[in-house]
Design a protein around this ligand. Sequence first.
Ligand SMILES: *[C@@H]1O[C@H](CO)[C@@H](O)[C@H](O)[C@H]1NC(C)=O
Ligand SMILES: *[C@@H]1O[C@H](CO)[C@@H](O)[C@H](O)[C@H]1NC(C)=O
Length: 242
Amino acid sequence: MRITAAAAFLVSCMPSLGFALIGNDWNFARALPDGLRDITFPFNMAKAPHRSGFYFAQQFSFHGVKEVGYTGLQPREDKEGRSIVHAAFSSFQGGTTTKHRNCHLGADFGPGVSCAVAVPGNYSHTYDITVENVRGTTWRGTLINSVTRKRAVIGEWTLPRGAGKIVNGQMGFVEYYTWNTQRSHTCDSLPYTHAFFYHPTSRTKGAVDGAVTRVYEYGSCVGQVGYKANKTSTGYNIEVGR
Ligand SMILES: *[C@@H]1O[C@H](CO)[C@@H](O)[C@H](O)[C@H]1NC(C)=O
Ligand SMILES: *[C@@H]1O[C@H](CO)[C@@H](O)[C@H](O)[C@H]1NC(C)=O
């Protein structure tokens, strides 16, 4: 993994106010130097309780601009007997614009654009989130149920002029955002959750062997949240809380 130092730097100045607990690194073993036109991050939250609070996310950055984007899944409470899958797609880059109805200006109280969609969805299915270039510096996030193939556009935003393609390699995280707005909490009060972070894929020419290469704890609750992770051939199980 070549971005360890970069990842550590990003942790210390992450734009999110999020209470991140677990990080992961991802990259493609090979990719053309100008980057990726598309990337797909699959997630599974079959064993996650249907409660708001956790965000299972991957970050990505772009050549030519400074700030990152995030995308990922959040569990939600059931509604009228149906389970709800919430997906987010955001840019923290100042000057990002949008006209998409799922999106609004601002990301975590800072500059950028946030987009989200919530759909009824079976938690035992794996959900793919595709981030792809649609034209110029405009990018679309799409949620795809890998079993039913049902798709929902999460949103679309346009980075400032000069933004290039997606940089090969970034990090991701599990955060408990409920703690962001609480004055204090104890680490051992973290509720249980579980998610599977699959290796990323891309259809971009030259991009091969996408992988989640490492999973690790960070932040102020290291060693206190019942963190467990293990690797399989397709990605990582991540478990936290009690
Ligand atoms: C969810 O999906 C699983 C596996 O495809 C299936 O066995 C189960 O019946 C589904 N549940 C609902 C509520 O549709
Ligand atoms: C890996 O983690 C999952 C869920 O966290 C667990 O069910 C499974 O038993 C673990 N496998 C190993 C080999 O530890």
